[in-house]
Design a protein around this ligand. Structure first.
Ligand SMILES: Nc1ncnc2c1ncn2[C@@H]1O[C@H](COP(=O)(O)OP(=O)(O)O)[C@@H](O)[C@H]1O
Ligand SMILES: [Mg+2]
Length: 311
């Protein structure tokens, strides 16, 4: 995987007025991937995207787009990336075709080539029949599909889409997701952000979940559950009256224990196998009171409840 990472960040951080909003982010995204950067509002997704684009400078750490540093080589990076911002703006009094032609011109694409690309893209995003309507008359879903055509006009190697399904009705969401699914075939890997886990997860090959600026879990969806909270498949939760440093030391000695944290009277123990017997034995042998114990595997629902549920 790291062999072909096309987009990478390492230690990427951003603070505004001393408040860290992107915290030590390490991402590796490969060519051909659809990567979902997910997390609730305020998690730091847009700020991360702006740093990838070279539109905001990191406070520390680095990003690399096909080996180019967005801060030092913004032009090379902008050539590689097609970007759909959260609130895409078009000229409302121009038609879809005119808007795209204008973007093509800005990108230095010659007129004949631009005409061909615009026609092909309007067709691809299903706006062929309405291409002569002014964009002011478009629905939000149509505008968003035009936004995807806009991203593709310069044939980017990386498409970065910020909240591409926000505010769309279910049909609009499906149309946009279908289009995004086809982007890797068109030669563009995809990074999309969303605060709606369930809406976009099905089209993502991998996701990274951000919470309060940190990447809390990352991976393919079917393996995400086991990764929540530190790379383990199970969380064994033990209630004890003595959840101190001694308890942590005792549990850490049990073979197979990967992580131990305390939360109130609970010891939260990360493992990759069911170590309930071994843990209770170690506790009894060390006179550590064991009140109760349970084991759980983490699922997408747990992730949702833990990181996305608001209020
Ligand atoms: N230009 C800025 N100045 C100060 N704070 C900002 C700025 N941009 C974003 N923030 C803060 O950074 C945090 C992350 O914002 P953002 O990256 O937009 O999150 P997301 O896209 O995940 O909703 C939020 O608390 C937001 O208020
Ligand atoms: Mg955002």
């Amino acid at each position: 995987m790291s062999l072909s990472a096309a987009v990478e960040t390492s230690g990427l951080s951003k603070a505004y007025d001393g408040k860290t909003v992107v915290d030590n982010l390490r991402l590796r995204i490969a060519e051909g991937e659809i990567f979902g950067l997910l997390g609730p509002n305020g998690a730091g997704k847009t700020t991360t995207i702006l740093m990838l684009l070279g539109l905001t400078e990191p406070t520390s750490g680095t990003a690399s787009i096909y080996g180019h540093n967005p801060t030092r080589e913004p032009l090379q990076v902008k050539r590689l990336i097609g970007y759909l911002p959260e609130n895409v703006g078009f000229y409302d009094n121009l038609t879809a075709r005119e808007n795209l032609q204008f973007i093509a011109e800005l990108n230095g694409i010659g007129e004949a080539e631009a005409d061909a690309r615009v026609t092909e893209l309007l067709d691809a995003v299903g706006l062929h029949d309405v291409n002569d309507l002014v964009v002011g008359k478009y629905s939000k879903g149509m505008k968003q599909r035009l936004g995807i055509a806009d991203v593709l006009i310069k044939r980017p190697k990386v498409a970065i889409l910020d909240e591409p399904t926000a505010g769309l009705d279910p049909e609009g969401i499906n149309q946009v997701l279908d289009l995004i699914t086809g982007l890797p075939e068109k030669g563009a890997m995809v990074i999309l952000s969303s605060h709606q886990l369930y809406q976009v997860q099905k089209i993502c090959h991998r996701v990274g979940i951000m919470s309060q600026g940190k990447l809390v879990v990352e991976g393919a969806l079917d393996e995400l559950g086991k990764k929540v909270g530190g790379g383990t498949r199970y969380q064994i939760e033990v209630e004890t009256t003595e959840p101190g440093i001694r308890a942590i030391a005792i549990i850490k000695k049990v073979k197979g224990v990967i992580r131990v944290e305390t939360k109130g009277n609970m010891l939260l123990i990360g493992t990759n196998s069911d170590l309930r017997a071994e843990i209770s034995k170690a506790m009894v042998n060390n006179n550590l009171p064991l009140i109760q114990m349970r084991i759980q595997t983490l699922t997408l629902d747990d992730i949702y409840m833990r990181y996305f549920k608001e209020g």
